[in-house]
Write a protein that binds this ligand. Structure first.
Ligand code: UDP
Ligand code: MG
Length: 320
């Protein structure tokens, strides 16, 4: 018996691309259905992340044209990661969920290979891009540095894998049991385990429209990734504090000895340097600790990750 696949697509102001994306994804969906790799219940699920343009009315229109296209509309802009989580929660009854961006930068043909691997027993299949030619120099460098830092900090992540992946029912269930509010999906899926597969593809330019990830969002994404998976920064602060304390202890001995033999008057340079040095270090330390406390604060509030406005996705046996 073939499986139900739901392709989840977070969409924030994606009016310029959504028709083309739908046409391409539908052709892949039909191909898979005709080859009996997945069943006819399979769907394309758009999660409209509080778009300000006509994304939602287009989703509704596309739904009327073809019942395989369904949508869910979030009440406000909850962010890419939360929109993805919303999609997984809504489509939790499906056998496979593939997540893909709305802009067609990830090669939709790779979905066929993902489904093949899943039908052969893989529980997670990661889409991995084998080039970054379409990215700017800045994005390449910062992304490279980010994955290096993540690895140094002991966070398992898969280089060049964005949020293009297939997960099966077991992984969906495991994923839904993660209680934390702020999730860094690229760290969680490798951690969940089970049988993992990989599909390589070439990443293209954004089909139309602009990136929804300005520098500000990239930075907060990187920060989330690090602080939600690692307490190494806190340990680094503790260690550098210890080293600096030790050095200033040696310095103190040197100053006292020098004073005893009367050949030095330690003037303002040493004072000013230590004031600045320690002032700086303390601020860094406070900043990092503040970051973790901020996370604790966000978690204890137990706010919903997103608020659902409407959806025309129906669980098995329900009426639309
Ligand atoms: N996105 C979203 N909410 C946001 C920002 C982005 O749902 O607040 C979606 C966006 O519509 C796209 C995906 O997340 O489908 C990735 O965004 P984008 O392609 O702009 O990021 P980039 O590829 O430039 O990193
Ligand atoms: Mg993109």
């Amino acid at each position: 018996m073939s499986k139900k696949l739901v392709i989840v697509i977070p969409a924030y102001n994606e009016e310029p691309v959504i028709e083309k994306t739908t046409a391409i994804l539908l052709s892949i969906l039909y191909k898979l259905i005709n080859d009996d790799k997945i069943n006819a219940e399979s769907k394309i699920l758009y999660v409209d992340d509080g778009s300000k343009d006509n994304t939602w009315s287009m989703i509704e229109k596309l739904h009327e044209q073809d019942g395989h296209v369904v949508g869910a509309k979030l009440a406000h802009n909850a962010g890419h990661q939360n929109a993805l989580i919303a999609g997984v929660e809504i489509a939790r009854d499906s056998d496979y969920i593939v997540s893909i961006d709305a802009d067609l930068q990830d090669d939709p043909n790779a979905i066929i290979e993902m489904v093949n691997q899943a039908n052969n027993g893989k529980n997670v299949v990661f889409g991995i891009r084998n080039n970054r030619d379409s990215d700017t120099w800045f994005k390449k460098t910062t992304a490279g540095a980010f994955y290096k830092v993540m690895n140094l900090l002991g966070v398992e992540s898969i280089p060049n894998h964005a949020d293009f992946r297939l997960i099966d029912q077991r992984v969906i269930q495991a994923f839904l049991s993660y209680p934390e509010r702020e999730m860094f999906l690229r760290g969680i899926f490798p951690q969940i385990g089970f049988q993992q597969g990989k599909v390589f593809y070439a990443r293209a330019e954004r089909e139309a429209g602009e990136t929804k990830y300005p520098l500000r969002k990239m930075l907060s994404f990187a920060m989330d990734g690090i602080t939600s998976f690692s307490i190494v920064p806190i340990k680094m602060i503790r260690n550098s504090g210890l080293i600096i304390a030790f050095i200033s202890f040696l310095f103190m001995i040197w100053a006292v000895v020098g004073r005893l033999f009367g050949h030095t008057t330690l003037g303002w340079p040493s004072i000013i340097i230590s004031i600045w040095l320690f002032g700086g270090l303390q601020l860094v330390a406070l900043g990092v600790i503040g970051e973790y406390i901020g996370r604790i604060f966000m978690e204890v509030k137990h706010r919903p990750r997103y608020v659902l406005d409407v959806t025309n996705y129906s669980q098995e046996g329900e009426d639309v």
